[in-house]
Design a protein around this ligand. Sequence first.
Ligand SMILES: C[C@@](CO)(OP(=O)(O)O)[C@H](O)COP(=O)(O)OP(=O)(O)OC[C@H]1O[C@@H](n2ccc(N)nc2=O)[C@H](O)[C@@H]1O
Ligand SMILES: Nc1ncnc2c1ncn2[C@@H]1O[C@H](COP(=O)(O)OP(=O)(O)O)[C@@H](O)[C@H]1O
Length: 271
Amino acid sequence: MIAYANAKINIGLNITEKRADGYHSLESIFYPYPIYDIIELHPKASGMTSLEITGIDLAPDADNLCLRAYDLLAERYSLPPVHIHLHKQIPFGAGLGGGSSDAAALLKMLNAQCALGLSEKELCAEASRLGADCPFFIINKPMYAIGIGTDLSAVDLDLSEKYIVLIKPNVHVSTAEAYRGVSPRPAEFDLVDSLKLPLQDWKFYIKNDFEDSIFLQYPEIQDVKLFLYEQGAVYASMSGSGSTVYGIFDEPVTLDVPDELGKVYYPLDIG
Ligand SMILES: C[C@@](CO)(OP(=O)(O)O)[C@H](O)COP(=O)(O)OP(=O)(O)OC[C@H]1O[C@@H](n2ccc(N)nc2=O)[C@H](O)[C@@H]1O
Ligand SMILES: Nc1ncnc2c1ncn2[C@@H]1O[C@H](COP(=O)(O)OP(=O)(O)O)[C@@H](O)[C@H]1O
């Protein structure tokens, strides 16, 4: 069985409160983005579950979210050993949720392959034990997220007529570290209402609260945002805790991105 695990971008990210358990309350729009990790799942007749990773350099250790997803279900269900081949293409430490997407893909594949019969709601509950972003990838449609990012409701947002470009600067940002640097505060504007504004007005109302502290620490990420506006983006923002910055354009573009700014990603059409 094979799955294509896509990335996400965050449109707006208000971090409103630090909770007693150390996590933060937030509100954000999670929006699927079409670049993909490719995951093959092969049941084995015997032996141990194994993981092989090709593509972007990532060690296949036991903390890998693919193995953690397998272990999570294996605690409760009788699963055969499997071989997982992850072809990693989504950059990590990037705010694109690639690890969470891989984990969600594994949960869905094991559910189908092993006929576990878990509903979408049950898969989301399992996914939330792997990461706050993970339930979104089970549903994988534009979602308004609150709580720690696991309380999801569908949002009416269709950017399919726009063209979204990503630039991943040459720095990785750790999510936990980014949360430590942020000062929670109530949201200034209602995020769902702001989505209804013309796209050219989003920059005045739709903010990512990580930007202030991350841009101070890594001015090169802010440079990427300025570059995208210079290139004609109607709206640009860092995604999640960074370091990726996306730009939304009215028309398809090909950007000449200097190497020192980072690597550019365009939306893929895999039909
Ligand atoms: C910031 C966001 C925005 O979508 O995405 P990324 O930038 O990572 O893609 C998410 O909140 C990231 O979710 P995810 O990456 O799944 O986080 P987890 O693995 O659950 O948590 C990693 C660490 O981030 C912190 N954390 C995470 C979520 C949250 N609402 N509050 C937190 O404080 C905690 O310190 C936690 O130990
Ligand atoms: N399958 C995986 N893909 C990517 N990262 C993974 C995976 N499994 C574990 N990780 C760890 O999770 C961290 C965050 O990964 P990811 O969710 O892709 O990034 P981001 O926080 O940018 O959304 C990585 O730094 C890596 O150490």
